[in-house]
Design a binder for this molecule. Sequence first.
Ligand SMILES: *Cc1c(COP(=O)(O)O)cnc(C)c1O
Length: 344
Amino acid sequence: MENINWSDLTFGYMKTDYNVRSYYKNGQWSELEISDSENINLHIAATCLHYGQEAFEGLKAFKGKDGKVRIFRMHENALRMQASSRGILMAEFPVELFEKAVVEVVKRNLRFVPPYESGASLYIRPLLIGTSSQVGVSPSKEYLFIVFVTPVGPYFKTGFKPTPYAILRDYDRAAPQGTGTVKVGGNYAASLVAGEIAHQKGYSAVLYLDSKEKKYIDECGPANFFGIKNNTYITPESNSILPSITNKSLMTLASEIGMKVERRPIPVEELSTFEEAGACGTAAVISPVERIDDLDKNKSYIFSKDGSPGVLSEKLYNKLRAIQYGDEEDKHGWVTLIDFKVPA
Ligand SMILES: *Cc1c(COP(=O)(O)O)cnc(C)c1O
């Protein structure tokens, strides 16, 4: 086996040994198929290419100090992919088959699960696309589910550090009653221009406001948002944000450590009252927010003056990571342990 330099991994793509696939045809999903090819054979008129019938998921597997591999909350990802399918009229992939496929793809690529000490992990990417050939606008009759993996580095190579975010009022990632609540590629396509502008101006990401009134906080492109004040974890309630599994987990942990948890609309001006703020998602768990610049209003909200993350954000981050790597007891049944019997 080639030598992987675990400490040099980024959030990129590296070829691994196998991926797992299932095909939907005549109203039925096929048995899981193991493939060693990185390519698929796709009809030029497939609905995913023309009308955006594509949904995806993202989750991770972690190797513990004990050498065991743990997959975090895959049941939630299975359910969310079904919700995404309902959102853009695709066939729903069965939950049990999703879990079986995820376990299978991890088992078949165990040599790519980074060692505990590296702080890296195995990123798992399930996706679902419409594949039938048609030119008229209507949902596909056939679908392809794929799950592949790739090792990814720790998000914070230089430590857990706050970064700046920007509000760009001329851009929306999702419509008020649109597809913001489902994990579909179209939302990401819609967010690329604003994301690029923010990056060019030196920000990590855009913090989106509700697209109807621009009064309330929605989320940060690919991550949910939370603020902390008075020992309370506060995260937006909105019809156009994606229900983050990381956020859901952090809410549970916050109340476990004695914080209050509120899920409600957050007016933009309330940002000035938060002691800490963060973006949360699978990639980083928590990405602490240093400040938020509301560029069109010439206003800044500052959460970190000395470049260090907030105490409670860091506590929540460490607690969630400890569960993922098996350093702390999995009280909520969030983790699936892979048994090491190598498949014949
Ligand atoms: C995937 C995603 C998140 C984060 O969800 P997790 O389940 O925590 O990884 C947040 N916002 C959007 C728009 C997403 O697509």
